[in-house]
Design a protein around this ligand. Structure first.
Ligand code: MN
Length: 212
């Protein structure tokens, strides 16, 4: 059983100047690749590893004690980054539409207020982690997690996450995390976030399973 590093859905330089090519190459080719390799090594041929990653992260007691931290960090890292590449696009920015826009207005009033709260959550996260827009079962909410923890661990469905590890921005923005978070909205793919919202509120979830 193993997971694979998916190719980026766009070239490494496609998100520049918001995110520079070298940052994308290292982030995807080194960091995400390492999460996948560590995840696969920890799963070996374990029976529990046939369960989807989402189920394991939702209930880490399914994972033996000696593998739990590795799965939390690297399973979370793999899922978080698969989402991250997906919710960015070179043609990003603008505003959400349709039911997602309605849900944002209900929860936050305006899209600008959501952006403000998400960026603030990213700035406030001490050390490494993520800022999230989640569906919590009732509606939309902004949260943040440390390290590679996933909102799935708290029963929430991640719709959009912004990586605030230094590896995500330091080459271009150095210590200016707030500038990275402000610029990030130029590459957000609202259509993909809307797809994830529709999946979270209607259809059966797409789960990440290791292939034989
Ligand atoms: Mn990362």
């Amino acid at each position: 059983m193993s997971y694979e590093l998916p190719p980026l859905p766009y070239p490494y330089d496609a998100l520049a100047p918001t995110i520079d090519e070298l940052t994308m190459r290292i982030h995807h080719g080194k960091h995400h690749r390492a999460y996948v390799a560590n995840l696969n090594a920890a799963m070996e041929d374990a029976e529990w590893a046939t369960r989807p990653l989402e189920e394991l992260l939702a209930d880490l007691t399914l994972v033996p004690d000696d593998k739990r931290t590795t799965i939390r960090n690297n399973g979370g890292g793999h899922l978080n980054h698969m989402m991250f590449w997906e919710v960015m696009t070179p043609d990003g920015g603008g505003f959400p539409e349709g039911e997602l826009d309605d849900a944002i207005e209900t929860a936050f009033g305006t899209v600008d207020e959501l952006r403000h709260q998400l960026s603030a959550a990213g700035v406030a996260r001490f050390g490494s982690g993520w800022a999230w827009l989640v569906h919590d079962g009732e509606g939309l909410a902004v949260t943040s997690t440390p390290n590679q923890d996933s909102p799935i661990m708290h029963g929430q469905t991640p719709l959009l996450g912004i990586d605030v590890w230094e590896h995500a921005y330091y080459l271009k923005y150095q210590s200016r995390r707030a500038d990275y978070l402000e610029a990030w909205w130029h590459v957000v793919d609202w259509a993909k976030v809307a797809e994830r919202y529709a999946a979270a509120t209607r259809s059966a979830p797409r789960l990440a399973r290791a292939s034989a």
